[in-house]
Design a protein around this ligand. Sequence first.
Ligand code: FAD
Length: 280
Amino acid sequence: MTTPCPTLSLSLEFFPPKTPEGVTKLAAARREMYALKPQFCSVTYGAGGSTQEGTLQTVRAILAEGVEAAPHFSCIGASRESIRDKLAQFKADGIHRLVALRGDLPSGYGGFGEFRYASDLVAFIRAETGNHFHVEVAAYPEMHPQSRSPQADLQAYVTKVKAGASSAITQFFFNADAYCRFVDETRALGADIPVVPGIMPITNSSGIIRFADACGAEIPRWIRLRLQSFGDDAASIKAFGLDVVADLCDRLRTAGVPGLHFYTMNQSTATLEICRRLGL
Ligand code: FAD
């Protein structure tokens, strides 16, 4: 991984707003971020049905703005029939890209349903719809929190790619070496699709620490301690966060990543500033 990519594609991730004010705010944030000319925008999905309608509504709004939109689509707890219906709905809505996930079971759910892993979903999408969809999958440079071992996790990713994934988006990370090693190792195992790093802007201290702990992303000790040392000083946290994340993106670009996928958290300021610093 040493050749910088001449054209770095950008993509943006949003979550479906829960209130009318949230919808208005997200629409305004999107308009600002369209200046970055994103290749696509993706919209997260609550496994088990919590935000599925909101996902589709947000995706439709983005498509109506003339931008490619990809719903996140999880299979845990689902039946083949329900997945088949949703794929037909996506096609009818003019959707050509999906982020295919296993997802996590909400508490109170009994079992996996008819799909056990994201690779089962990818294979099903290909069997049912051929090449209609560009299928993105999740990748974990610092290992998925439930993986049995690093080797098993790499192999699970390779299985997902061989089932028909088109490209991957990573969980966020702050250690570029973990990403580069993941790409090198999975390529050696025969998984040769673009792996786009997921970039999480740091805008507050407790949120990022809680989020990282939940999804198995590591915040290096020096970043964690610096964030904690700022206490309630929001301006210093934001300034430090911008420096750290813009520097990470710059390193990743030098390492030759194919693109950057921003976990925007429906906010435009940090993503726009990071891209400005990168000259994008
Ligand atoms: P999988 O690829 O199926 O992996 C899940 C676990 O099973 C891993 O530990 C893996 O090692 C193991 N595994 C996989 N295949 C096999 C196999 N054949 N044999 C043995 N073990 C195996 N969650 C949401 O609820 N909504 C979202 O919108 C959402 N968007 C996301 C977007 C991105 C880019 C990422 C990185 C994550 C996202 N998530 C989302 C979180 C995701 O749902 C969780 O991380 C979930 O626990 C795993 O989903 P997956 O698709 O990676 O699962």
